[in-house]
Design a protein around this ligand. Sequence first.
Ligand SMILES: [Zn+2]
Length: 616
Amino acid sequence: MMTPKAPHHSTAWQPAAALQSTSARALRQGWALVAAAVLSACSSTPLPPWTTQPPSAAQPPAAAQARRPVPPPLGTAPRGEAPAAPVTITPIGPNAPEPSAAAPLPYGEAVAARFPDPSVRYETPGLAEGRRAFTTNAELTQWLRDLAAAQHGATRMQMLDLGLSQRGTPIHALVLTRAAGTDAMALEASRRPTVLLIGQQHGDEPAGSEALLVVARELAQGLLEPMLDRINVIIVPRANPDGADAGTRVTASGADMNRDHLLLQTPEAQALARLVRNYRPMAIIDAHEYTVAGRFLEKFHAIQRYDVLLQHATTANLPEFMTKAALEWYRTPMVKALGAESLTQEWYYTISTRPDDLRISMGGTQPDTGRNVNGLKNAVSMLLETRGVGIGRTHIQRRVHSHVTAITSALRSTVERANDLEQVRSYEARDISAQACRGDIVVEAGPTPTQRELVMLDPDTGADRTLRVDWNSSLELVTLKKRPRPCGYWLAGGASEAVERLKLLGLQVMRVAEPGSILADTYQETGRTTAQRQDVRGTVAGSQGIIRVQVTPTRSAIDVPAESYYVPLNQPLANLAVAALEPDTQNSYFANRLIPNLGDTARVMAPPSLVFEDAD
Ligand SMILES: [Zn+2]
């Protein structure tokens, strides 16, 4: 249960406050904007009128919305009324709640004093008083099952089984919706945007998972429930149950699943890909924690200061207006919401594991993380990181509060921007498809090296310390390699494994029914080495060696046999195909041996006149 300690805190829990503050005038203006957008939709490539102000256009059309009161914070009662019965969740058996001796702080009291507990207290199995372990996998499953079984009002809740982890633990999601059903078709038919919330891809980052259990409960039968009139929510509290069980960042095989969202080698990443393909969420929020002391203490003799680090998708070929939406409609209000709770934030940054490398890097630009791959799936994609890795349970209430505050803000943004988001995404889908055969693609991009000031904490006094650091900015990408955008990619029949992965990403792949001829660029090899995949931290954990190949595209007419494949680029996720199929990048399907031979791929440079089998 979340028990407010101070009554003034209720301002943090008014998810629908913005919905109620609409004046009739703003509403009229809003509808005028919608009308204008609809009219312009008749011309070629419409984009909704871009407003940074909270939209009046997105105010709920349903009068029902206005009638729904926002419930007061749990444990309080409206003036003059008896306290409402508290929402209760069936308590879960205490598996490991032996009272622990207070764990030693990872730093002095002076630093700890910078991070007081929030004025609310969150309760989940893993946050219970005296607990040593966070919520176990069994407790987490039970929590979701109990929520789903408690069906509440008009909300439908369904626990989804997304597949098994490498050690055979089920990966669960909870769908919360007021659509006619909980399957992907029903959510689509609801015409409400779906938000996907993901926690604990890294097993040693528990706060996101605990926070998502709180968010699930508050959506199911608590303070966030009114939002379901406008949005659908799917929650995967723990994407890496094996890592959570073992307390490791990686999966059981040693793989970093958050570098596996393009290659899809792990069942854990595959499970998330299938979910995203089927439900097509409009916004995807990925909850992590970051290292507080560790490498920063060694390199700068400093402790990390910020409650939350934030970053949207930053990779090549992203749809421009979804990025704008992430920044203006999601990040800006999120920063404000965190500030209102006296929580601090910065851009996400990390540092190499190499002891001599003092450069600080924002989250990377490779199309391999959930953040970047989900951006290429034309979703608003946001990474949240709280200060948690390496400090055990220290400040856990504050870490959970940070996640809950940021996630609530993202849900609210989706509520307020529901109409705009739908318009922007459909514009981008058409715009990306229309680019096939035209202009350039960026094959490889990198961050911009800059310098800036960053505030850290003195480990002894806890005081702010401003450092001048080398800072690789992912906010502006440097194009390292580009090529003309093909009409599509041809793949040999032997590339069937790659085809399965592309389909799992949501791409349409066609099968050639009869032999034919195409105008294509084939890749002539000019050199090769073997290497390891790298991210801004160092070598990607658990990745196999890759083939680093140099190529020169060479144009000719080539014959293609029946039972080979064609991946057209006139489709909304075309840029994901680019990320996977240009062979001379570290994330490509060729470099990672999903495509056996360089000759198995070609860039198709004119619309092909081939006969295709019916799509399955
Ligand atoms: Zn992480």
